[in-house]
Design a protein around this ligand. Structure first.
Ligand SMILES: Nc1nc2c(ncn2[C@@H]2O[C@H](COP(=O)(O)OP(=O)(O)OP(=O)(O)O)[C@@H](O)[C@H]2O)c(=O)[nH]1
Ligand SMILES: [Zn+2]
Length: 362
């Protein structure tokens, strides 16, 4: 029988649980009960504290840097949870929104020694659930009984580890004709990952020759720029300029990747915008939230191109990372085609920061 969910399906359930605030169990060398800080309720925090042991609030080294919390494990810091911890205390560690108003949060007592794999996996899950990267972790000698009694999702770390950093295979679902302003010969393809995660789209213009490099754009979703005409970034003008160029050349493929906010999700991007209004730039804001500058995985773009029969591209981008990732994933980049449009007084600093800190080409 193959009815039981496999490990990627279990991980997808775990992400949904974390988004709802339901605890999960991760079992391995050290087994633990895990809850996302962002969705923690007062009731569940109280329940956690009744279990005893040494619960910690695990955050990324990026977030710890701002909080001046000691990092003993490279990329991960474990702050001991005080017995009188409140949801407000947990939020103040997880969420930098009020950092400037209440800068003195420590001193913290930070855990050191012992395995951190469970903590790292829990943070990875929170990030891929598009939540703040902060998780409550309570090591327990026996997780089976608690998991069975409360019907909690249980993740076997040995099985999960090889899957966690990888992307779920994408499969074409449907494609249909889509006449557009830039070209009447448009076609929209929908791709769906096996684990039920975000779908991604390909917009094919004309009928590009698979034997030649195709004019291609890897566009990351930007609800604010693409749909609302936000002036804080250049995404909307880039999207329209790329499609217009493909229309003018009569062929091309635009991948619309649902990696909003450079992979941190719209809620976290708005948190970053709020920090930017406090004076931080786009990279600093991501770091204060506990994220890396860019959490996207462009290899899924290569997966889609390959599945459509393309092996080489003329890539519309100013981002050298996209070029490198394409090449590393087996798609030849015959040419980088610059895409400089949409600069205005609101996004001038944003574009300058991308050039200075993220290596974007001017
Ligand atoms: N986290 C975060 N994401 C942002 C911010 N501004 C824009 N974004 C996101 O950044 C992504 C922009 O991606 P792309 O258009 O692929 O831009 P790029 O990496 O600069 O590369 P090219 O445009 O190809 O040169 C979108 O997912 C936006 O939602 C910001 O201030 N913070
Ligand atoms: Zn944007």
């Amino acid at each position: 029988m193959s009815f039981a969910p496999d490990i990627s399906e279990q991980l997808a359930r775990a992400r949904a649980d974390m988004r709802m605030g339901v605890p999960i169990m991760i079992t391995g060398e050290q087994s633990a009960l895990v809850m996302a800080a962002e969705t923690l309720t007062a009731e569940r925090l109280a329940d956690l504290l009744t279990l005893g042991g040494d619960p910690v609030l695990t955050i990324t080294a990026r977030r710890a840097e701002t909080l001046k919390a000691r990092v003993y494990d490279g990329d991960v810091a474990r702050i001991a949870l005080p017995q009188d911890a409140t949801p407000g205390w947990v939020q103040s560690i997880a969420n930098p929104a009020d950092d400037l108003r209440t800068p003195m949060k420590g001193p913290f007592s930070c855990a050191r020694g012992g395995p951190v794999d469970v903590h790292r996996a829990a943070l990875q899950l929170a990030k891929s659930a598009r939540l703040l990267p902060a998780v409550l972790v309570l090591g327990l000698p026996d997780t089976d009984t608690l998991a069975a009694r409360h019907h909690l999702t249980q993740i076997d770390l040995a099985k999960a580890a090889p899957v966690l950093g990888t992307r779920s295979p994408l499969h074409p679902v449907v494609h249909a004709r889509l006449p557009m302003e830039v070209s009447e010969a448009g076609r929209l393809h929908v791709f769906r990952p096996e684990d039920g995660g975000e779908e991604h789209y390909a917009i094919e213009i004309g009928n590009p020759d698979r034997a030649k490099p195709v004019l291609a754009r890897l566009h990351s979703a930007c609800f604010t720029g693409d749909l609302l005409g936000s002036l804080k970034c250049d995404c909307g003008p880039q999207l329209r300029a790329a499609l217009a160029q493909m229309g003018a050349e009569g062929q091309g493929v635009l991948l619309y990747l649902n990696q909003e906010g450079r992979g941190i999700g719209l809620a976290n991007k708005m948190r970053a915008y709020s920090l930017q209004d406090q004076g931080f730039d786009t990279v600093e804001a991501n770091h204060r939230l506990g994220f890396e500058d860019d959490e996207r995985d462009f290899r899924l773009g290569a997966d889609i191109l390959k599945s459509m029969g393309f092996t080489a591209v003329r890539l519309l981008t100013n981002n050298p990372r996209k070029v490198e990732m394409m090449k590393a994933s087996g798609i030849a980049v015959a040419e980088r085609v610059p895409l400089r449009v949409g600069e205005n007084r609101h996004n001038a600093d944003y574009l300058a920061t991308k050039a200075a800190k993220s290596g974007h080409l001017l």
